[in-house]
Design a protein around this ligand. Structure first.
Ligand code: SAM
Length: 287
């Protein structure tokens, strides 16, 4: 039986190529091409963009991206069992799909793509979070990519879009809000996947801002925020002791408009950026 795009259905592809899902690779596959096309549309203008897809698996989202008109898709997949199935998709869309076998944590194929570049992925959540932090953390901004459209466990997606005072507010929210507009565009129940995971999943769409919302050094901001939230129940004057310059952290907190007795979860992005700048100024004054 043919699917929407004239290729075999994803169930047939999985059966034909023996792609039994492997837990160690976080394999929960999307089988509904209507759904993968909808995720692809959430990624924005595909016709005028090159797409990096990480973890194509049997090709459900890849086919969604191609059906929706993506100019070029470059897909990185760690599981070699998926390559023959992906080769059939590439043959159906001549010249528009390239597949690289490898670990997306070890190879960075962005240099092979032509801007505008959009990144789209349904990845195991730990790999997805690690890649998200890397994509948000280059020293210079704007990055080479225009947008990220990524599937996460719903709880992780909520941490990305959280604001001060939300229980989910922390390092991911600050990194995302500093340099992007981030929003949840879709939430899917476990039954949307085969096999179904234990929890709901959400797609987060992040658009790169032309410049960060407030000036700060990326590395210093990341260090400050990591230290602040590693001990999130502590007052900041205690939580940040480990990164204090010789003059102590309290004068810098006050300079940034932060009460030294406040806790990290109460502090907004603007004040964390002010603290990162004060810390850099104190360090350069000390040298
Ligand atoms: N995109 C497909 C879909 O939506 O049905 C598959 C999604 S499945 C959740 C995650 C995919 O990422 C699997 O195909 C898995 O083999 C692949 N994967 C896991 N870790 C990876 C890594 N480090 N680099 C590249 N691919 C990886």
């Amino acid at each position: 039986m043919a699917a929407l795009d004239g290729l075999p259905t994803l169930r047939e592809v999985i059966a034909e190529h023996g792609l039994s899902a492997r837990k160690s690779l976080g394999q929960n596959f999307l089988l509904d091409l209507n759904l993968t096309a909808k995720i692809a549309r959430a990624a924005g203008d595909l016709k005028g963009s090159d797409i990096l897809e990480v973890g194509p698996g049997p090709g459900g989202l890849t086919r969604g991206l191609l059906m929706e008109g993506a100019r070029n898709v470059l897909a990185v997949e760690k599981d070699p069992r998926c390559l023959p199935a992906l080769a059939e998709v590439a043959a159906h869309y001549p010249g528009r799909l390239t597949v690289i076998e490898g670990d997306a944590l070890e190879i960075d194929p962005l240099a092979h793509l032509t801007p505008p570049i959009r990144i789209c992925a349904n990845l195991p959540y730990n790999v997805g979070t690690e890649l998200l932090v890397r994509w948000l953390s280059p020293p210079a901004w704007p990055p080479v990519w225009t947008s990220l459209t990524l599937m996460f466990q719903r709880e992780v997606a909520e941490r990305i879009v959280a604001r001060p005072g939300d229980g989910a507010y922390g390092r991911l929210a600050i990194l995302a809000h500093w340099r992007t507009d981030a929003r949840i565009v879709m939430t899917l129940p476990p039954e949307a996947f085969s096999p179904p995971p234990k929890v709901h999943s959400s797609v987060v769409h992040l658009t790169a801002l032309p410049a960060p919302r407030y000036p700060a050094d990326a590395h210093t901001l990341s260090t400050v925020v990591a230290a602040a939230f590693n001990q999130r129940r502590k007052m900041l004057r205690a939580a940040l002791k480990g990164i204090a310059p010789p003059g102590g952290i309290e004068p810098l907190l006050l300079e940034a408009g932060i009460p030294p007795t406040a806790r990290a979860e109460e502090i907004d992005l603007e004040r964390f950026c002010a603290l990162a700048r004060a810390l850099d100024a104190a360090r350069s004054g000390a040298t």
